[in-house]
Design a protein around this ligand. Sequence first.
Ligand code: C2E
Ligand code: MG
Ligand code: MG
Ligand code: MG
Length: 291
Amino acid sequence: RAKNEGRHRYTFFETAMEQAVSVAADLEQALRQAIESGAFTLHYQPEIDLASGLVTGVEALIRWVRPQGELVYPGHFLPLAEETGLIVPMTVWSLREACRQGAAWVREGIPIRMAVNLSGMLFRYHDVQQMVLDAITESGLDPGFLELELTETALIENPEKAGRQLVALQQMGVSVAIDDFGTGYASLVYLTTLPIHRLKIDAVFVREIDSSSSSQAIIKAIIALGNNLNIPVIAEGIEREDQLYWLKAQGCHQAQGFLFSRPVPPDQFRHLVRSGALSVSDGPTPSAERP
Ligand code: C2E
Ligand code: MG
Ligand code: MG
Ligand code: MG
């Protein structure tokens, strides 16, 4: 009897596993189709300079548009895109689209920096430098308006390859931000050897400003580091006035979060600017912005 039960359970488990595998295969198939048909959209979230209150840039954030129009957030498909290598064509799309939109905004009199997230995986598989160059050339975007957001993990996985490409891109005027700063495992040496133009304090620290003295200490240390290395520091995930107040008091340079605006479709961002809800600085260049 025991044997029968065991066998029964095994069959059940096997079925559940087959289902899981088929769900993953379906998702991969759907993602592949989405990439072929360009079923993505970028939303843009403003980055605000705290001294002037002006918008100096936007971060482009990808969403997958399902057939009925629902949006799927990157947390649900990026891991699969990275595992399957689909991250490469996906990034080709997001870089092209962000540069196209950035160039259009510059032409419309909205001269803002465009920040694009790059997965660390890319450096393993692909010539990121060429990919960025193609997007810039095709769109006509001034490279000084483009910023690439990388995590520390991206840099430690491929330090030489990533470093070489980042230096070449910097020579063209492209800037580089370290995303989720403070949560990775990289040594800080790369901050002096690589061209880094901005540190983005991870939202986990911002969320805990009112409850954790160690999060406060980490934020203060990052701001001091930025000041000493001449690298502006931006805090992300700001949702409340009290968080903003505290960050300003610490001398944090820039800010981003739902408090200012959620990531919004391009038309809505344009409307926020045109209506005066957000004001844009005139044509920041990465070097002019240094603290
Ligand atoms: P990230 O680059 O650290 O982006 C910040 C995330 O926090 C975004 O989530 C944004 O919508 C969200 N966020 C912004 N302000 C607030 C706030 O005040 N409160 C809260 N709770 N959340 C806030 P999203 O859009 O879901 O993106 C998640 C991650 O996916 C991004 O983290 C980035 O690592 C990645 N990602 C997004 N777009 C792309 C892309 O085009 N390519 C690649 N490779 N990765 C992307
Ligand atoms: Mg980012
Ligand atoms: Mg981040
Ligand atoms: Mg992140």
